[in-house]
Design a protein around this ligand. Structure first.
Ligand SMILES: [Zn+2]
Length: 107
């Protein structure tokens, strides 16, 4: 895991805890300096999900197979798309976690 700035330092984001979160390398690389992404349903630019200020379950759910993350809101859909949360590698890893009974999380 890597520490990511929710608002990038280059855009005035601070090193305070409320602006930091843990992200895997794939998500951190995909997010880069983005704070917005396109909602594929509407084509509009939306603010990316903020794990410090928003509740995951209100913006996302797991697919029935437990492999894919489904965005439920404009912010959720934009985040799934911008961070490529259902990329081939992540899906393969989740599929193995499902097989082992470790995924999706119960909470
Ligand atoms: Zn990730």
């Amino acid at each position: 895991m890597e520490i990511d700035h929710i608002i990038p330092v280059a855009e005035g984001g601070s090193d305070e805890e409320e602006n930091l979160w843990l992200a895997c390398r794939a998500c951190n690389n995909a997010k880069s300096t983005k704070t917005e992404g396109l909602d594929p349903l509407t084509g509009r630019s939306e603010t990316l999900f903020n794990p410090r200020k928003q509740v995951w379950q209100e913006h996302f759910r797991w697919s029935a197979s437990g492999v894919e993350i489904i965005g439920l809101t404009p912010s959720g859909r934009a985040t799934v798309s911008a961070l490529d949360l259902n990329n081939v590698i992540s899906a393969m890893v989740r599929r193995n976690w499902v097989s082992a009974g470790w995924h999706p999380p119960k909470d």
